[in-house]
Ligand binder design. Sequence first.
Ligand code: NAD
Ligand code: DAU
Length: 353
Amino acid sequence: MIHFDKNILVTGGAGFIGSHLVRLLVNKYPNYNIVNLDKLTYAGNLDNLKDVEQADNYTFVKADICNEKELESIFDQFKIDNVIHLAAESHVDRSISNPLEFVTTNVIGTVNLLNVAKSKWDLTSDNIFYHVSTDEVYGSLGETGLFTETTSYDPRSPYSASKASSDHFVRAYHETYGLKIKISNCSNNYGSHQFPEKLIPLIINNIVENNPLPIYGKGDNIRDWLHVIDHAEAIDLIFHEGKIGETFNIGGHNEKQNIELVHLLIKLVDQKLGREEGASLGLITYVKDRAGHDQRYAIDAEKLQNILGWTPKYTVEKGIEETVNWFLSNKDWIDNIISGDYLNYYKGQYAKR
Ligand code: NAD
Ligand code: DAU
């Protein structure tokens, strides 16, 4: 049996961010065993990891973080000594229609995983439990200001309430039991392999298909966009060098109004499909706003920059163009997803908006 320096359990590794992180870790650290645990919900897709599935330091296990017995036997079998926890229900709109599923996975699943780590590990060891979280726990900003690590929690959607709760549990296990934890709260990610329920892939695909581009409310909500590879690199850095018990905000200072971003996507996709400039502008359709829609998110990532020297590599212009190119050249990936379940979701979400 090969000896590895670390046996890292990455949960949610078949999802959007998880698959980018798993690829980075498997390629960068041949001395680590990367165990990807994922339930393969609608959002999990092993096609995202075809290029690493044969690697000697990679194993996929289909399991549910809510199942304690499954987790215990995975910890034993792989001698898990570190966890990077990403598994979650991640889509705000779905949390509005089905909050309980978010409580189950994001809160109970996280506590379950904490319990198993606590019971299986020697808590004086260096083993780390790293929770990947979101800037949405801080609530909604007005026209000015940025979220810092000391901003009070003020979650406003069932999704962000569940992530805030799981953050609190992770910190509570540090304070109460001495589990060595780290947390990062990141802004909106974009990049290849993102599930098409999220704004950027949804808009790209609808432009290609000449379908309406649904803009919630006035389209003036602001999100702070970060390329998924910049996020994965920040997690790698914090996992290795961040101080135990600390929180780091991750963001790229790329604030854009939704409508501004949609205009950029129209420009790029039309150009690349050889359509006339502005041909798809008529697809823009203002629809009923998301309930409790947060107005603005914006991250202050100075702590991560000053203490660990992290800076994002992608400008939003370069990152968005690469993302558009990826979706246009991987039509099969998206067509495989846009099948029965997704079509039902889409109809329920948009038909009467
Ligand atoms: P995603 O929805 O693409 O992937 C989630 C993954 O978790 C899927 O592979 C799914 O199968 C798996 N999963 C769900 N329930 C599970 C369960 N009970 N047991 C095991 N696996 C389960 O999500 P994402 O966008 O990649 O986000 C990953 C993490 O990062 C989440 O915790 C999310 O809150 C956080 N985050 C996301 C963003 C973003 O912009 N997408 C930003 C900041 C933080
Ligand atoms: O901020 C980090 C969060 O970013 C993550 O924690 C979440 O997991 C992730 O889903 C994302 O949440 P958002 O709600 O910001 O992302 P979404 O892509 O759903 O929406 C982005 C913006 O676009 C938001 O203001 C709502 C708007 N929107 C979204 C969709 C799906 C539309 O106007 N129309 C749409 O059809």
